[in-house]
Ligand binder design. Structure first.
Ligand SMILES: Nc1ncnc2c1ncn2[C@@H]1O[C@H](COP(=O)(O)OP(=O)(O)OP(=O)(O)O)[C@@H](O)[C@H]1O
Ligand SMILES: [Mg+2]
Length: 377
């Protein structure tokens, strides 16, 4: 002890609702919808499932009659195939470009099938088998030796023992030898715990257990997976949203939701969002609306990024000036998204704003062109 008294913690007055969870899990966010679906669900359920396949599909793609919102925008047949895979003994692998809602889809599927999307492993270069299967409470291990009391189950062990869906995010970012600990749980549906003896040394998967993995085709390819493991998964590709109006509507709805949660009462402006979504699509595809080809950015210009820029634009407008965001805010927010670590992208963005924007009609396009000086550098 130094003898100095510690300063009293100053209690700062914060805005109402500051103790709220920023993003509750899907089963909490949509608890009402899940309850309605469960109540109306008369179809047969695969063993161990919380909902039938049809009800789980409605949870993801929406159902007006039951007032269930559409959460994933895309081909509904993808959802059918994904759900059927989950009812088989093969895992489901969602692959695709960044920001195409692979993680969102895996969360929604787990919430629908198991009523719980929290048994999640986040793959990374430092992921270990302990974080996937189980580890030990060392104090109890020293006191008792290996026992079920000192065992600390990780998502895979829990999913198998409880018959639930396990999510494995960004699986291809894990070292190959770590990924391979999924082999016997997927093929033999059993996990050995060699430290224990007797029947407890084998955990047999209960009905309802399966794995949904996601992998990004940009960061590190799915080639970084052993062919033995690949054979135990069905692959489904999640594509970016092809239609402009569909993407615009999704960005508008998601941004409005995020802005409401951030305490912004000004609705995002449709004309500003149109400019934003068009800009994202053109910089993503390298083609303008009138068919000119142009430089595409190497940064990811995904729908998920468009949603987060639309959110930031609304926040700038509201917290800096007390109004909805405008085209100037779009330029200010674009720089940080479009040109993260690449000076060339910044130059391409500057060229786009100088050459590809002025020929379009509309106040927001003109404002976007004029605000190009806000780009740094
Ligand atoms: N087809 C879509 N349907 C619904 N939301 C979408 C869609 N595409 C993108 N989004 C938006 O993107 C967000 C989800 O991004 P998510 O993190 O799931 O993508 P991801 O494919 O896992 O990306 P990453 O590869 O970077 O992990 C959603 O919250 C939603 O706002
Ligand atoms: Mg993801």
């Amino acid at each position: 002890m130094t003898g100095r008294s510690r300063p009293a913690i100053e209690v700062v007055e914060v805005t109402e609702g500051a103790d709220q969870v920023q993003r509750p899990s899907a089963e909490v966010r949509y608890a009402d919808e899940l309850a309605r679906l469960r109540e109306a669900d008369t179809a047969a359920r695969p063993p161990g499932w919380a909902l039938s396949v049809q009800a789980a599909r409605r949870f993801v793609v929406g159902d007006e009659k039951l007032n269930v919102s559409r959460k994933f925008v895309g081909d509904p047949s993808l959802i059918d195939r994904a759900l059927i895979t989950l009812a088989t003994s093969r895992g489901l692998m969602l692959v695709g470009d960044p920001g195409t809602a692979k993680s969102l889809l895996s969360e929604l599927l787990a919430a629908a099938v198991s009523g719980d999307s929290t048994l999640t492993i986040q793959g990374g270069a430092a992921t270990t088998e302990d974080q996937i299967r189980y580890s030990w409470n060392y104090a109890l291990l020293v006191a008792d030796g290996p026992s079920t009391r000192s065992l600390v189950p990780a998502p895979l062990l829990r999913g198998m023992a409880e018959g639930r869906t396990v999510r494995f995010e960004e699986i291809t970012r894990c070292p190959l030898e770590v990924q391979d600990c999924l082999l016997s749980p997927l093929s033999d549906r059993v996990l050995a715990i060699p430290e224990l003896t007797g029947p407890e040394s084998m955990v047999f998967a209960r009905d309802g257990f399966n794995i949904i993995a996601t992998a990004n085709t940009r960061d590190r390819g799915v080639n970084d997976m052993s062919s033995a493991l690949k054979r135990r998964f069905n692959f489904e590709t999640v594509f970016p949203i092809a239609d402009f109006v569909t993407e615009l509507t999704l960005v508008a709805d998601e941004a409005a939701k995020l802005l409401r949660r951030s305490g912004v009462t000004a609705e995002p402006r449709r004309d500003v969002l149109e400019v934003l979504v068009t800009t994202f699509r053109e910089l993503r595809t390298g083609e303008t609306a009138r068919g000119d080809s142009m430089d595409r950015l190497s940064s990811v210009m995904s729908t998920a990024e468009a949603v987060s820029v639309a959110h930031a634009v609304g926040l700038r407008g509201w917290f800096l000036r007390g109004e909805a965001g405008n085209a100037e805010d779009v330029v200010a927010c674009l720089a940080g998204t479009a040109a993260k670590d690449n000076a060339e992208d910044l130059a391409k963005l500057r060229r786009y704003l100088a050459q590809q924007v002025s020929w379009r009609g509309g106040d927001q396009w003109r404002a976007l062109h004029e605000a190009r000086h806000l780009l740094p550098g």
